[in-house]
Design a binder for this molecule. Structure first.
Ligand code: LFR
Length: 484
């Protein structure tokens, strides 16, 4: 609609952006108005997020959005926020943070996991929450806190929304990554709180994507140049929920890989799978937009590559990623495969050495150059994707005909091709900005600009209009086709 624009604040573990979105006759139009770097930092003896710096970037981004909208004669009517999951800030009655939020890559849950599992056995946790075991799930992080007295826990997007509006809510898709949400009902698993020593009001009340959290505080309106009536809407505030909502799928038989710092690999279901088999395969049942279930596994993602690049740029001039990938692609197949999902790769620093040691331990050939190491990462990720999708199909009974790769990794042609080759399935790559697109389309639907009755199908139709995808066919099949 003319004159109406939406702002998406989308912050990942390695970078953030503020994007202005509009619905035009030709489909959604996205304009990036602000970009900034992000990364966990060693602060006060632990790996943490510099939330004050992030909030300053959010304000700068909203000011840029207000300006860009005004230039075009538009008004920003609402704002949606998504970030990575599980992490939180502890906020007291005055709104002050007890300490800077920890990063999920901090190793402090080493002992608290045992404490949680002694109070509630893993089988019971999974049976109720359906959450994949990851050492950084919110529930383990909370158990590592010195004290939760006098504070509420606000997940990172909820914390930013609180700073913008003064309103405290917990958005439901992200709440599903805490380990405290009931996977069947989408409400807090209240009977877990007592045994875990948590107050039932530790988190603010739940809200679903599409509902209003509040409007801008006067001071925020002044700083950003946005009107006070600008609404902050709940969207899929877990970045992966927004990304999956915007997968431009046409067929119901699709799988997705949300490819960024992590690769989130799975299928979309109507109901959770809470069996022991599913738990031992370490599949998660995260909540998606409109109460869908994202049945997936966290597999090692481009973090492995990002960390190698970071280390190499400390050692000398920054390597050119495109050149490295081209050199890696030129290497013959059959190199070493490591377990890209291993928690050995969770923490930062020393990544090339850790990968090299894993490659040696795998018994494969030794990656003796940077391109060989990059190829090892790409082969290992593709292998993890293929294994995960096979498991997802088997455990859920969901047929997979096509794989949609969205997010930054959809631009990695080598990885997309290897994924098609290893899975034997066609890969449709794009959009790169699926997360911001999903964020904006949920806002557009709440504003009545998308057919509300159609659920995610309406959002996906709009996503298809926004983006063209690149197709990768499995090498064998391509050879078959060209052979006629
Ligand atoms: C991706 C993501 C994953 C989550 C991980 C940690 O950005 O949100 O879905 O498991 O980050 O929060």
């Amino acid at each position: 609609r003319q004159g109406v624009a939406f702002a998406a604040i989308d912050i990942g573990a390695s970078s953030g952006r503020v994007i202005l979105g509009r619905l035009t006759d030709a489909g959604p139009d996205l304009q990036t108005v602000h970009r900034f770097a992000n990364g966990a930092q060693f602060l006060g003896g632990a790996l943490r997020w510099d939330i004050e710096a992030l909030f300053a970037e959010v304000l700068a981004g909203l000011a840029a959005a207000a300006q860009a909208a005004a230039v075009a004669g538009d008004t920003v009517t609402s704002i949606g926020i998504d970030t990575w999951a599980v992490d939180y800030g502890l906020v007291d009655d005055t709104g002050a943070l007890r300490h800077l939020p920890f990063s999920y890559r901090d190793g402090r849950t080493g002992t608290s996991i045992g404490v949680v599992h002694r109070a509630v056995p893993p089988g019971q946790l999974y049976g109720q929450t359906g959450l994949q075991f990851l050492p950084f799930n919110t529930v383990y992080q909370l158990a590592a806190e010195r004290s939760l007295e006098g504070v509420q826990a606000l997940l990172i997007p909820d914390l930013l929304a609180y700073r913008l509006t003064g309103e405290r809510r917990t958005e439901a898709t992200n709440a599903s990554t805490t380990g405290l949400l009931d996977a069947r009902t989408g409400t807090w698993a209240v009977d877990l709180f007592g045994p875990l020593g948590l107050r039932e009001d530790l988190f603010p009340p739940l809200v679903e994507p599409g509902s209003t959290i509040g409007t801008l505080l006067p001071a925020i309106a002044r700083k950003t140049g946005l009107p006070e009536v600008t609404a902050v809407l709940a969207v899929g505030s877990h970045d992966t929920a927004s990304a999956v909502a915007a997968v431009p799928a046409e067929s119901a038989h699709f799988a997705y890989i949300s490819s960024g710092t992590w690769s989130l690999v799975g299928v979309e279901l109507d109901a959770p799978i809470l069996t022991d088999e599913s738990r031992t395969a370490n599949f998660t049942n995260e909540r998606g937009v409109d109460g869908t279930i994202r049945y997936l596994r966290n597999t090692g993602g481009l973090w492995l590559l990002q960390e190698c690049l970071r280390e190499w740029s400390v050692e000398g001039p920054s390597p050119d990623l495109a050149e490295l990938l081209a050199a890696a692609a030129a290497l013959p197949a059959g190199g070493p495969i490591i377990d890209a999902d291993s928690t050995d790769f969770l923490a930062p620093d020393g990544m090339p050495g850790r990968i090299l040691r894993a490659a040696v331990a795998s018994g494969g050939s030794i990656p003796s150059s940077r391109e060989a190491l990059v190829r090892c990462i790409m082969d290992s990720l593709a292998e993890a994707y293929a294994r995960t999708l096979q498991d997802a199909a088997r455990l859920s009974g969901h047929r997979i005909d096509v794989i949609h790769v969205v997010g930054g990794g959809s631009q990695n042609a080598l990885l997309c091709q290897l994924t098609a080759d290893r899975t034997g399935l066609p890969v449709l790559a794009g959009p790169v900005e699926a997360t911001a697109l999903g964020n904006i389309l949920v806002q557009a639907r709440a504003a009545g600009l998308l057919d509300a009755g159609t659920g995610l199908a309406g959002i996906r139709r709009a996503a298809r209009a926004a983006a063209s995808t690149v197709r990768y066919d499995p090498a064998d099949k391509a050879a078959l086709t060209s052979a006629g």
